[in-house]
Write a protein that binds this ligand. Structure first.
Ligand code: NAP
Ligand code: G4F
Length: 314
């Protein structure tokens, strides 16, 4: 019998890549989406007819139970969240409700359903926040945004339900990962989209916020494989997933502008207060030794390849 999986956040970047991946493994895939007056399937239109869309919302307990009942999954990947860090200061309560309490609601729905479903929680390097060295599974958390704090609740409630009820719950602590399907508000896609527009004469400048930030950027499809591997282990555990290479926003700009033949991008990039955050995470670098040793996972796509794919696509 083929396994079945329910993915929340199906229309997001990771949800759509994970669905692509699970289909190659022969899964029956169910994708949970929020029903609204218009569909938002930019990332998933190619999946129509291949997966089953179910309607649910992480802020609505009964809808989660109904989604589980409808899909009867062996595995649940909880990727749905208010995932934009900058927005989490404007909507801290809603962010806490979806990104934090949404995890609890899903765990309660699984308990209510009664089947031993394996559960993946999308934790994040934002939980480390103020860090200096390479973070691993034992590094202390110091989140710097309402989003990071909400994710930390989701992370700990996932652990707590594992310990309290012997559930197969894992958290993947994923560092930043990007792709051609990344939301346009995130800095990488904003840059690659801006570079393409400048090249085509459609835009003069890219306006950014804090240019001092450094991130450990990987390629999203590679990271979706790590999510799946975590649920194929004999015992549930948490894993950091990262490349171990950190780049500044300046280095991302170098790589992106390089593809349109621009060496000095300074005249094409400006700074705007509106994109600064009340508190930022300046530096993120991950140590994924455990994922490499236990899961046999490693990143396949280099930073330069990833930036190239994104610029080409835009
Ligand atoms: P994304 O593109 O923003 O996708 C998130 C999805 O969550 C969206 O499709 C959104 O649906 C859905 N969602 C929002 N509110 C919801 C609600 N109330 N109920 C159900 N679904 C809801 O994010 P991503 O980059 O793919 O990330 C996937 C997950 O990994 C997120 O939990 C994110 O926080 C986490 N994460 C991401 C990274 C990264 O670098 N990408 C790193 C670590 C962790 P709509 O389409 O309806 O808005
Ligand atoms: O691209 P970002 O918005 O991603 P951020 O804040 O690192 O969050 C992403 O990665 C997390 C994992 O660490 C995920 F959990 C989260 O869901 C999301 O996927 O910003 C990256 C950096 C920040 O320091 C930000 O201040 O870029 C800086 N930045 C500078 N100018 C900007 C801009 N960020 C955005 N979005 N837009 C700008 O104009």
């Amino acid at each position: 019998m083929n396994k079945s999986a329910l993915i929340t956040g199906i229309n997001g970047m990771d949800g759509s890549h994970l669905a692509d991946f699970l289909l190659t493994k022969g899964y029956k895939v169910y994708g949970m989406e929020r029903r609204s007056s218009s569909k938002n399937r930019t990332n998933t239109s190619h999946l129509e007819g291949k997966i089953t869309f179910v309607n649910g919302d992480l802020t609505d307990q009964n809808s989660l139970f109904r989604c589980i009942k409808e899909s009867d999954p062996d595995e649940i990947y909880n990727l749905g969240s208010q995932s934009f860090v900058g927005e989490s200061w404007n909507t801290p309560e809603q962010t806490g409700d979806v990104t934090g309490m949404g995890v609890l609601r899903m765990l309660e729905a699984i308990r209510e359903y009664g089947k031993p479903i394996k559960f993946y929680q999308a934790s994040t390097s934002e939980m480390f926040g103020k860090m200096e060295k390479f973070a691993n599974e034992n590094t202390k958390f110091h989140p710097r945004s309402p989003y990071g704090v909400a994710k930390l609740y989701g992370h700990w409630i996932t652990t707590n339900y594992r310990e309290s009820y012997d559930m197969f719950n894992v958290s993947g602590i994923l560092f930043n990962h990007e792709s051609e399907r990344r939301g346009i508000e995130f800095v990488t896609r904003k840059i690659t989209d801006g570079v393409a527009r400048i090249h085509l004469g459609l835009q003069d400048k890219i306006m950014l916020g804090n240019l001092d930030a450094h991130r450990d950027w990987g390629y999203a499809p590679d990271y979706c494989e790590a999510m799946w591997l975590m649920l194929q282990q004999e015992n549930p555990d948490d894993y950091v997933v990262a490349t171990g290479n950190t780049h500044s926003i300046g280095e991302f700009l170098d790589a992106a502008f390089h593809h349109i033949g621009v060496k000095d991008w300074t005249k094409y990039v400006g700074q705007d207060e509106r994109f600064m955050r009340p508190a930022d995470v300046y530096y993120l670098a991950g140590d994924s030794t455990k994922a490499q040793e236990v899961l046999g996972w490693k990143p396949k796509t280099s930073f330069d390849e990833m930036v190239y794919k994104m610029v080409q696509n835009d």
